[in-house]
Design a protein around this ligand. Structure first.
Ligand code: ZN
Length: 284
């Protein structure tokens, strides 16, 4: 995947300042619209509030103005992803309103509570903002055996913006209203699969060569995106963290389900194909 050197990067992304804000408040936990990769804290066995020691400086994309800047400052790629994803949805969804991405290291205060990196990247409906610890996200993908790379990173972000799209269309609120049930056909899983599908729709547009920012999608990129989606499947994560699979506690869906819906979005390029709430065929 290439970054068009002449593309303007005006994406809505900023940094939440330094690590270790000093507040030891409750860690947020996901509802349907919340958290991807929540259980990964278990995988690392770390204290989410251990402070900022040894953490990298927060990502700074304030100097990123064109695609060419990605070559000299790799941090700029995140601004490129945000610009691409938001450009796409603002052209595709009537009434789309921008959601900022806030990068952080360690922990961050949000409209949904105080969150640590260990919850993984997430979308907070209360302040309509995407939060991501970019270094930690790369580490998570690696720990889960995903190949990673630019396209995989972009998919993770596109998934979070998928939640924003579901929020704007009212589907997220409906899912959250049905409570905190878990399991393969729960509203939470349907909501997550919809976000995967929307990420696929965006990626379809990039792969088709229609994106002003990103181009040159290869089969390897497509494989890496698919690989990342499957690596964060509940069954994979449960196997890695507890050694067995417990479908009744799923919140995001299995690797096969996540792959199915990413693929549905990717092959159709049609957000209308992402109605995970009114089908009985979610995959297995
Ligand atoms: Zn999600």
């Amino acid at each position: 995947m290439d970054f068009n050197p002449n593309a303007t990067l005006n994406g809505n992304i900023s940094s939440a300042g330094g690590p270790g804000g000093g507040r030891g408040g409750g860690i947020i936990v996901g509802g349907a619209g919340g958290v991807v990769m929540l259980v990964l804290a278990l995988l690392f066995g770390v204290n989410p509030f251990s402070g900022g020691q040894g953490q990298p400086a927060a990502l700074d994309s304030s100097q990123c103005s064109t695609g060419a800047d990605v070559q000299t400052n790799r941090d700029c790629r995140w601004k490129a992803y945000v610009t691409s994803i938001e450009d796409f949805w603002s052209g595709r969804l009537n009434g789309y309103t921008s959601a900022p991405t806030v990068t952080f290291t360690g922990q961050v205060d949000t409209g949904c509570g105080t969150a640590s990196s260990q919850v993984g990247p997430f979308y907070c409906p209360a302040d309509k903002t995407v939060y991501i610890d970019t270094a930690f996200t790369d580490q998570l993908l690696q720990q889960l055996g995903a190949e990673g790379g630019d396209a995989a990173e972009a998919y993770v972000l596109a998934h979070e913006y998928g939640h924003h799209v579901s929020d704007l269309t009212g589907q997220l609120a409906k899912a959250q209203a049905s409570g905190n049930q878990t399991g393969p056909t729960s509203a939470s899983v349907r909501s997550e699969l919809q976000a995967d599908c929307y990420a696929g729709v965006w990626f379809h547009n990039v792969a088709a060569g229609n994106d002003p920012i990103l181009s040159g999608v290869t089969q390897d990129d497509i494989n890496r995106v698919s690989d990342a989606a499957q690596a964060v499947g509940d069954d994979r994560i449960q196997k890695a963290t507890q050694g067995y699979v417990q479908p009744e506690s799923w919140t995001h869906g299995s690797a096969a389900m996540r792959h199915k819906w990413l693929e549905t979005g990717f092959t159709t390029g049609d957000p209308g194909a992402c109605d995970t709430f009114s089908t009985n065929d979610l995959g297995q």
